[in-house]
Design a protein around this ligand. Structure first.
Ligand SMILES: C[N+](C)(C)CCCC[C@H](N)C(=O)O
Ligand SMILES: O=C(O)CCC(=O)C(=O)O
Ligand SMILES: [Fe+2]
Length: 421
């Protein structure tokens, strides 16, 4: 009867209503028999947000604005936003999920133009806005990128003609910081210009984004070719493209480089978008992409130089993708610091090396290389979960300073400024 009433109210959707009503009978005869009291009709909303729904024995199916979504009943109970289940002041759940019957089913369901209303067997009422459900469904998330990015090779990056933000804009305006972070999130690299060439000013630039991640290199680090630390970085040798701190369980998210002085030749910085290369591998060699994203590799930093004794270990795949949408979120690539492979059986070793070779070939294509000469005043920020850096060998005195930031903290600032991150 209700259905007919709705069909009268919105005569243009009558066809849809009757088709779905038939399917619904075919889909869950059990529920029809066992809970005759459950409201099972289909509802439609006017204009663009056409909506229909079906109660299945173990889940609720919703079609809203052209997309179809399914919600388990336990999920619907657990996400209840009522005052006793959810604290809107703290944005935290108060409901004890463990107290919910895992076989819970609604006693009553009603849908109007904007919302779904559920009454549970104990009388508790839950209301969801349909818009909220559609934004928070798995089906919706699956089709979305967590982070929108522009993947680049040299040509793409140069043609994008991205303007570096100036020190003053960056330090003193929210727009400056937001523009900077926007570029950083899209491209995985960004520059701030006209920074006074001191360690202290570099630190304030970093702290404008968030607090610094203190590591075995300290808070701010200095880099000269004095071999003061037991790592090739502290020499004049060339360094092939790599990401840093692969030997941490959580590699650092962002790295800053500021060249304070260089009297000599060479020493240019190399930047390569690891995700651009990885996506080429995904497209042309899907099995190898799969191997690189599944097989864990050990990375290690063992230092015993001067007064420094360190032993760090980080294990994880080269390519890291979110399980629900397969989006890349981190590349861990450092052939210097990759340790003994003892995390995979012998019969996968050759296949892993083949996959690694394919990725390396991609990363080494000259078209993918962006070379920059860092100068005093120009601070480079690198997304160390995405963009690889390296350097040309050099002569003379060269002094860099910089620091690391944690990815969570950088993204936090970006979100507070209204960016999708
Ligand atoms: C940046 N800073 C000079 C402090 C670190 C050098 C660390 C180098 C190390 N092999 C790695 O790739 O993590
Ligand atoms: O010397 C450089 O330009 C960079 C060295 C390096 O890879 C690092 O410090 O992480
Ligand atoms: Fe490095």
């Amino acid at each position: 009867m209700w259905c007919r009433r709705l069909a009268r109210l919105y005569p243009e959707t009558r066809g849809l209503v009757s088709t779905l009503a038939k399917r619904q009978h075919r889909w869950e005869p059990k529920l029809l028999q066992s809970s005759p009291s459950v409201v099972r009709w289909l509802s439609t909303a006017p204009d663009a947000h056409e909506c229909s729904w079906v109660l299945h024995p173990d889940h609720f199916e919703l079609s809203y604005s052209g997309s179809s979504m399914r919600f388990d009943y336990v999920w619907l109970r657990d996400h209840c936003r009522s005052a006793s289940c959810y604290n809107t002041k703290t944005n935290q759940r108060s409901l004890d999920t463990a107290s919910v019957d895992l076989d819970i089913k609604p006693a009553q369901v009603r849908v109007d133009e904007t919302s779904l209303y559920i009454t549970w067997p104990d009388g508790h009422m839950t209301r969801y806005r349909l818009e909220w459900l559609s934004q928070n469904s798995y089906e919706g998330q699956k089709q979305q990128f967590v982070q929108p990015r522009k993947l680049w090779n040299e040509k793409i990056y140069k043609e994008a003609n991205i303007r570096g933000v100036s020190y003053l804009e960056f330090m003193e305006t929210d727009e400056g910081l937001r523009d900077f972070l926007h570029n950083f999130l899209l491209y995985g690299i960004a520059f701030v210009d006209d920074v006074p060439a001191t360690r202290e000013h570099t630190q304030s630039v970093a702290e404008r984004i968030s607090h610094i991640r203190e590591t075995i290199y300290g808070k701010m680090w200095d880099l000269t070719s004095d071999f003061s630390r037991g790592d090739t970085a502290y020499t004049k040798l060339a360094l092939d493209r790599h990401t840093d701190t692969t030997y941490f369980q959580e590699p650092c998210g962002m790295q800053l480089f500021h060249c304070l002085r260089h009297e000599g030749t060479g020493g240019r910085t190399l930047l390569v978008d690891g995700f651009y290369a990885a996506e080429q591998v995904r497209e042309h060699h899907p099995e190898e992409f799969e191997l690189l994203s599944n097989l864990p590799m050990r990375h290690e930093y063992i230092e015993n130089v001067g007064g420094c004794q360190n032993h760090m270990i980080g294990i994880g795949p080269v390519l890291n993708v979110y399980p629900w949408n397969k989006e890349l979120y981190m590349i861990r690539y450092n052939n210097y610091d990759r340790s003994v492979i003892n995390t995979i059986p012998y019969n996968l070793a050759r296949r892993w090396y083949t996959a690694h070779r394919i990725l390396t070939t991609e990363l080494r294509k000259t078209d993918n290389e962006l070379w920059v000469k860092l100068k005093p005043g120009k601070v480079l920020f690198v997304d160390n979960w995405r963009v690889l850096h390296g350097r040309e060998s050099f002569t003379g005195y060269r002094q860099l300073c910089g620091c690391y930031l944690t990815r969570d903290d950088v993204l936090n600032t970006a979100r507070i400024l209204g960016l999708k991150a």
